[in-house]
Write a protein that binds this ligand. Structure first.
Ligand SMILES: Cc1cc2nc3c(=O)[nH]c(=O)nc-3n(C[C@H](O)[C@H](O)[C@H](O)COP(=O)(O)OP(=O)(O)OC[C@H]3O[C@@H](n4cnc5c(N)ncnc54)[C@H](O)[C@@H]3O)c2cc1C
Length: 450
């Protein structure tokens, strides 16, 4: 009989899983359920769509359901919310949102790619007309419309993580005054102090008003249904528009109903084949935790790169293949105005918590030849495993080319290349791109010396 594979969730992991399953087993019937209107769009590009750097919405939403069906052979059901899984009967119950009708579907294999949800702020007024999240294409369209029609002059962004950074740049580029409220002393919690100070300096240089240690306690909402001020434990801030970027958590409500094993961060825990502990059910993407191969610990690192790759692995295995997702080191990059920032591997604290005899070292090197126009510095804050003489983590920040150096360090971390061997790498020297001694080589030489 024809195999039937159901996929729940249609953004990054889901379409990857569905397409791969169909490719591995072209005879299979693959059905993808998505509760929203759109599938497979570039959520990561939304800040650039809002700023106008990407002008055409089609560019971030090239794969409408019909195209996905035609090109990949996947049956796509948008505006369908999966409400229940019946694992013993191998069925799901989906609600067709347009007609409010409930339909049962049986499956041979089920792949959960339900993603993440924005953390709850839990204060009154959070649902006001001018409070937005950036979690879907619909959110992006709504913000764009509001900004175009209402022409806000003051924006309060709540949360100074990497999405918050991107939004600061977006809103400033539109000429809007930005106040950034953050719980901590410096933006980008989790990065090394040197990086966070550089990020703060860049925000300040671009006239973002950074307010540290701000816990939001409420919103003053006017008669028009819009927030007028954001109230915190220590102040209040005028706002014509409010954007929440307070992070996400795994969306595991379906999984937890049927006893799928969750980990420390409430994400689904799978094996390397993306198989859950429940028969015939796979999971991939932001609803899952990922194993960090440096310390072999499960972490919650919601990134599109992992979602897509895990989706492919889940799809292939569900369709009868045999492949694995080998884990991650964590590679994150963000542009904060003119500053490139990246983190690869573990932080100093995470390294020490993992029992690594770790120390931190910073080098500042040239991005390219000094005399070449546009020369900037590249700062590398490396975390060294002293016993094994290997790098286990790095923050890199600076001018153009910074993130590419982070990728190189990421490769060294993942492949466990020793500091000595890094110093022998054959890297490009060319005035526009790199000085005679690339920053990565400068770091390795410095580490060897010490
Ligand atoms: C502004 C922004 C910028 C980002 N930038 C980057 C970046 O530069 N690099 C990077 O690697 N990552 C980035 N990310 C993170 C990246 O977008 C996510 O990691 C990725 O989207 C995760 O994909 P996913 O498919 O696992 O989950 P999600 O994107 O959360 O998608 C899950 C989908 O499942 C649907 N769904 C959930 N439950 C059900 C149900 N019961 N029935 C039917 N459908 C359901 C949801 O509607 C949703 O469409 C960014 C995220 C944001 C918000």
């Amino acid at each position: 009989m024809r195999q039937r594979i159901l996929v729940v969730g249609g953004l990054a992991a889901g379409p990857s899983a569905a397409s791969k399953a169909k490719r591995i087993n072209p005879d299979a019937e693959v059905i993808l359920f998505e509760e929203g209107e759109h599938v497979s769009y570039g959520i990561c590009e939304i800040p650039y769509y809002l700023s106008g750097s990407i002008s055409d919405i089609q560019d971030i939403n090239p794969m409408d359901p019909a195209t996905l069906e035609r090109t990949r052979g996947v049956n796509v059901k948008t505006l369908h919310s999966v409400e229940e899984i019946l694992p013993v009967r191998k069925k799901i119950i989906a609600r067709e949102l347009e007609h409010n009708r409930v339909i049962e579907y049986s499956y041979d294999k089920l792949i959960l790619t339900t993603g993440s949800t924005v953390r709850k702020l839990g204060v009154k007024g959070v649902d006001a007309r001018n409070v937005f999240r950036v979690k879907s294409l619909a959110d992006g369209i709504a913000i764009k419309r509001y900004v175009t029609e209402m022409k806000p002059r003051a924006c309060v962004i709540i949360g100074g993580g990497y999405v918050g950074m991107e939004l600061c740049e977006t809103l400033r580029s539109l000429g809007i005054n930005v106040t950034l409220l953050h719980l901590d002393d410096y933006p980008m919690t989790g990065l090394e102090q040197e990086t966070r100070e550089a990020v703060l300096a860049e925000l300040t240089r671009h006239k973002v008003e950074f307010r540290p240690r701000q816990k939001v306690t409420g919103f003053n909402v006017g008669l028009d249904g819009c927030v007028k001020t954001v109230v915190t434990e220590s102040g209040s801030f005028n706002a014509d528009i409010v954007i929440l970027s307070i992070g996400v958590e795994p969306n595991t409500s379906l999984a937890s109903q049927i006893g799928i094993r969750l980990g420390r961060y409430n994400g689904i825990v799978t094996d390397e084949r993306q198989v859950t502990n429940i028969d015939s059910i796979f999971a991939a993407g932001d609803c899952c935790e990922v194993k960090n191969v440096i310390n072999n610990k499960f972490m919650y690192i919601p990134l599109a790169t992992y979602a897509s790759r895990q989706g492919r692995v889940a799809g292939e295995n569900a369709a009868g293949g045999a492949t694995v997702f080998k884990g991650v080191i964590r590679s994150i990059g963000v542009k904060v105005f003119d500053l490139e920032v990246a983190q690869v591997g573990l932080s100093l604290d995470e390294s020490r918590d993992s029992g690594i005899d770790a120390e931190k070292m910073q080098v500042i090197a040239d991005s390219n030849v000094k005399s070449y126009p546009g020369n900037r510095s590249v700062n590398i804050v490396a975390i060294l495993d002293r016993r094994r003489r290997r790098i286990v983590g790095a923050n890199v920040f600076g001018g153009p080319g910074t993130v590419l150096r982070a990728n190189l360090l990421g490769l060294a971390i993942q492949q466990k290349i020793s500091v000595e061997d890094i110093s022998h790498l054959d890297l490009v020297y060319s005035p526009p791109f790199s000085p005679l001694w690339d920053p990565v080589l400068v770091l390795a030489n410095q580490l060897r010396k010490e």
